[in-house]
Ligand binder design. Structure first.
Ligand SMILES: Nc1nc2c(c(=O)[nH]1)N[C@H]1C(S)=C(S)[C@@H](COP(=O)(O)O)O[C@H]1N2
Ligand SMILES: [Mo]
Length: 514
């Protein structure tokens, strides 16, 4: 109390100005969000600005962000965005006191946000509305809080008493918060995907995945489990908000270089025979020894069957798949029609796809990195050509053809572990989807390479676990692993980073033997 009273009159005015700016910004976002929920949650001003920033982050920076923050990279982005906005808002409030400069800044922000909204991949002209309404409400809030009146007339000095300012501030704050909260509540009511997924019944399949033999899984503590549970499955997506697409609203349009345009909804899909396949999915951003790979049981429909319904022109060489959130991937048509298990998947490990893994439908194409094949929340398949179209990541410099490179990883002993001298089990996994793993070798320091024991192969499209018995001698040792693929091609030693077509090099681990 006294601290506030202790401010000079000018200091108090500055404090008020900054508070007015913050409240005006909260009004823009709160009202904007509420209006957006009624139109399309993707048109919410805060979301529009964040999503635009994500899409325009240089790939090197984004790569570093994914490495550093994992799935928290978006939270970090949100926090820094909110900080910048708060500073800008306080400045707008301070500048508004004599002339409507703050209002002008808000209009500028509105113009930028509307432009960004119109550029969103799913934008309609309606996308401008939440921002426009939000900015107008924000200007009224700013005027009321700085001059006591929403009009643009110049205020009398001291026209706004302390009591009136506090009352107006409380009213504006309550309005902004309740608008945002109502928007959030309404959003979950209108887009209740959790309930939709809980009701979703998977079709039966006459073609289940071949049984998983026990021999694919060496009984070693800490080794990669052959099947990855959905909650431990790595996750990569560019969407700031996980898309909310109900199974009833979902449609898949197949068009472009086809004999006809066809559209599937869930009911039409269910008239086709479903198949189940176990496939190891891998991200191009995986570093040597990294964890961006997982194996799941996918239930779905052969993409070749769906494309046959549309009739693919012989000179179409790219399937450009598009997600409801605008993400795109360009997959070679040959990879879909060459007999491999390329699927439109609707189930993962016996349950509907988890929402974060693409509910209600996504693509899975064995042998290709996810960014060129595994579109989640997929709604559109366009037959086109590599010389005519580019996709989300290829537009940002990543390779347009991206077969998965041979990789191997040591799981145990853990990094920098200390183990007792004598017999030690070294174990891990290796993958080379479409080619399979024919051998794995392990080397201790500069000693000769030794052959590891391979676990049973499930298929050439899944990873293959391995073990090696080491007679460990005291000291610090470096363990290295390399694999040979099913064509006899050894994994290259040469270290390359993930950009632009996947990392290469041998994984190594340093362990201490006592
Ligand atoms: N809609 C959408 N689909 C997407 C992506 C994305 O960002 N958006 N990322 C792709 C990438 S880079 C990978 S590696 C896989 C990851 O799938 P997962 O998150 O289910 O593991 O999804 C692919 N499908
Ligand atoms: Mo990826």
């Amino acid at each position: 109390m006294n601290a506030v009273r202790g401010y000079s009159a000018a200091g108090r005015r500055r404090l008020r100005g900054a508070a007015a700016g913050l409240l005006a910004a909260a009004t823009v976002l709160g009202i904007g969000h509420l209006v957006a929920v009624l139109i399309d949650p993707a048109a919410s001003p805060f979301y529009v600005l964040g999503a635009t920033m994500v899409d325009h982050t240089p790939h090197a920076l984004k790569d570093a962000a994914i490495r550093r923050f994992g799935s928290h990279d978006k939270l970090a982005l949100f926090v820094s965005m909110a900080a910048v906005m708060a500073l800008g808002a306080m400045l707008a409030g301070l500048l508004e006191r004599r002339r409507p400069i703050g209002s002008a800044l808000l209009i500028g922000l509105g113009v930028v946000t509307v432009a960004a909204a119109m550029a969103r991949p799913t934008a309609t002209p309606w996308f401008a509305v939440p921002t426009i309404v939000g900015i107008l409400a924000g200007i009224v809030a700013l005027r009321v809080l700085t001059t006591g009146s929403p009009t643009l007339r110049t205020p009398e000095p001291n026209s706004l008493s302390r009591r009136r300012f506090l009352l107006s501030a409380a009213a504006v704050g309550a309005l902004a918060v309740s608008a945002a909260a109502t928007g959030k509540w309404l959003g979950t009511r209108l887009h209740d995907i959790v309930a939709d997924r809980a009701r979703f019944v998977l079709p039966r399949t006459a073609r289940p995945a071949p049984a998983v033999a026990e021999a694919v899984q060496p009984p070693v503590d800490g080794i990669t489990p052959f099947l990855t549970s959905a909650d431990r499955f790595y996750r990569v997506d560019t969407a700031l908000q996980v898309p909310a697409l109900s199974s009833g609203d979902w449609r898949l349009r197949i068009h472009g270089m086809t004999d006809r345009t066809v559209e599937f909804d869930m009911d039409r899909l269910r008239t086709l025979p479903a198949v189940e396949r176990i496939v190891t999915l891998t991200c191009v951003s995986n570093e040597v020894g990294g964890e961006l790979a997982g194996t799941a049981r996918w239930l779905g429909y052969p993409l070749a069957d769906l494309l046959a319904a549309a009739g693919v022109h012989p000179d179409a060489d790219m399937l450009l798949s598009r997600s409801i959130d605008g993400f795109t991937a360009g997959t070679p048509v040959s990879a879909i029609l060459d007999g491999r298990d390329a699927l439109l998947a609707i189930g993962m490990n016996g349950a509907p796809l988890p929402i974060v893994h693409g509910y209600p439908a996504r693509l899975i194409v064995p042998g290709l990195y996810g960014y060129v094949s595994a579109t989640k929340w997929v709604v559109d398949l366009e037959l086109t050509r590599f010389d005519a179209a580019r996709a989300y990541w290829t537009d940002r410099g990543w390779a347009d053809r991206a077969p998965i490179k041979t990789a191997s990883r040591i799981d145990v002993p853990a990094a920098f572990a200390t183990v007792p001298a004598g017999p030690v089990t070294v174990a891990g996994t290796a993958w080379a989807q479409r080619r399979g793993i024919a051998g794995v070798q392990v080397r201790v320091d500069d000693e000769p390479w030794q052959s590891a024991t391979l676990a049973a192969e499930y298929s050439i499209d899944t990873w293959r676990q391995w073990t090696w018995q080491w007679n460990a001698t005291p000291g610090n040792h470096t363990l290295r692993v390399r694999a040979v693929d099913g064509r006899g091609e050894p994994q290259t030693e040469q270290r390359t980073p993930p950009f632009p077509s996947g990392s290469t090099g041998w994984h190594s681990r340093v362990v201490t033997v006592r």
